[in-house]
Design a binder for this molecule. Structure first.
Ligand SMILES: Cc1cc2nc3c(=O)[nH]c(=O)nc-3n(C[C@H](O)[C@H](O)[C@H](O)COP(=O)(O)O)c2cc1C
Length: 429
């Protein structure tokens, strides 16, 4: 007998959602029906993953589809072993606890390892997270595309990294963000307590600051319009259409961005997943001209420092918008104490930022706006400007406005970025 899903505006399995619906109703599911994911849907979700943006279109993400039953069994054994290692320090993962389960890959229809290459990042100061952000954008595209097609996904990162890389023959220099488990959710076997826990989000009023971290944001940015002003939400495009069209925007017109659109973009970030649902990301909205002008000066200073090592900045390369003129900007900052407490969970707070950023990009695009994630900064100077705590990480700053350009993007073919069972082995769709 199928269990009923709890009634919530944040859970739905209805197929072909628009961007807003997809972002708000994507939930993690961990138990799947035994039926396989049909070949055409496998290709579509992989396609969506390959469309995800990366800083300067750096080619840093590869996917390994794991179908071999022997490999899946070994992955399952590794997952158990990894959890047992974490149990040495973290009672949270004991089998009696809410997070005590171990993903059974032998009964997970579609298993995709997301691999990232630190060497392929764009090369400027503070580019150390760029490959993580690219991997996160690809993972979020996978999750949203799965949601679109009536499937669901769990992002599973709890692995002994070296053993996972060895198992999949991933090059020594690469990293694996995790294995994504995808299938048709088995509603009869979901744990309602786990599903309910995943519906908890901090209020936007707690997540969003104005100009400086800790300074409350005006209600118009953090609360949905209430009656009598309340209008039907602006119609937004189909998710897969928006995903296919998405580009990074750095040139904007001077048209102002309505507060309700900023609210929708922030809410899209709020509903991104995070390891353990610990919600490590905070958003600082910048709209004061003076602060944006200071950010602009920092952008120039950052490029001047990068120019010391990278000739293209000496030749005038510009990967920043004109911050002084952008209608609004949102800085994403990540609290490392709110990452996953499991082994190799150290980057999960920043990955959470990459997942939120991808939701925000898609929502901005759906509203006719554009954005991008700018990571090229003297990090500590931006942190001072926005009063970010010293030991937090700056994920990036996202300009928001009406695009003044529609740059073409290179599209990679699935066959170029997807491997079968082992890294480097030709994919057989
Ligand atoms: C970076 C990251 C790592 C995660 N790692 C795991 C994991 O190792 N095991 C697991 O069961 N779930 C993992 N999750 C899923 C989260 O527990 C889930 O996203 C969170 O509880 C929020 O639920 P939601 O995705 O339904 O919004 C991970 C999620 C993220 C974003």
């Amino acid at each position: 007998m199928k269990a009923r899903l709890p009634s919530s505006p944040f859970i739905s399995l209805a197929a072909t959602p628009d961007v807003r619906q997809a972002i708000l109703t994507r939930r993690t599911f961990r138990t799947f029906e035994r039926r396989p994911v049909p070949a055409d849907l496998r290709t579509r979700v992989l396609d969506a993953a390959s469309w995800a943006p990366s800083a300067e279109d750096a080619d840093c993400v590869r996917f390994v589809v794991i179908d071999d039953p022997v490999l899946k069994k070994r992955l399952f054994a590794l997952t158990r072993e990894s959890k047992d290692i974490s149990n040495h320090w973290e009672a949270l993962f004991r089998s009696s606890g809410l997070r005590g389960y171990v993903q059974d890959w032998t009964h997970t229809p579609l298993c995709i390892a997301v691999c990232i290459d630190p060497a392929a990042r764009p090369r400027h100061i503070h580019d150390n997270w760029s490959h993580r952000l690219a991997g996160a954008a690809a993972s979020q595209n996978l999750a949203l595309a799965a949601r679109y097609h009536g499937l669901a996904m769990v992002m599973y990162t709890h692995f002994s990294q070296e053993k996972l890389k060895q198992l999949l023959d991933v090059p020594f220099e690469w990293e694996v963000d995790g294995v994504m488990g995808i299938g048709f959710p088995d509603l009869g076997r979901i744990n309602p307590r786990v599903l309910e826990a995943s519906l908890v989000r901090l209020a936007l009023g707690e997540l969003v600051s104005s100009e400086r971290y800790g300074d409350p944001a005006p209600k118009e940015l953090t609360e949905e319009r209430q009656p009598p002003e309340r209008r039907a939400p602006v119609a937004v495009p189909d998710l897969m259409t928006a995903m296919g069209e998405l580009v990074e925007t750095t040139r904007f017109t001077d048209a102002p961005v309505p507060s309700e659109h900023v609210f929708e973009i922030l809410r899209a970030g709020q509903w991104a997943p995070s390891a353990g649902n610990f919600q490590p990301i905070r958003y600082v909205v910048l709209r004061e001209r003076e602060r944006l002008a200071a950010l602009d000066a920092l952008a120039r200073e950052s490029a001047a420092v990068s120019a010391h090592w990278f000739p293209r900045y000496r030749q005038g390369a510009i990967d920043h918008p004109q911050w002084a003129d952008v209608p609004a900007a949102v800085a994403l900052i990540a609290d490392p104490t709110k990452g996953g407490p499991h082994i190799h969970g150290e980057a999960t707070h920043v990955i959470g930022g990459g997942l939120a950023a991808q939701n925000m990009r898609l929502m901005a695009h759906a509203l006719g706006l554009g954005t991008s994630v700018i990571t090229h900064w003297i990090e500590e100077k931006v942190k001072v400007l926005i009063e970010c705590p010293r030991d937090w990480d700056l994920v990036g700053v996202m300009p928001v406005g009406t695009p003044a350009e529609s740059p073409a993007r290179q599209r990679r073919q699935v066959a170029e970025v997807v491997f079968q069972d082992l890294f480097g082995r030709r994919f057989t769709p």
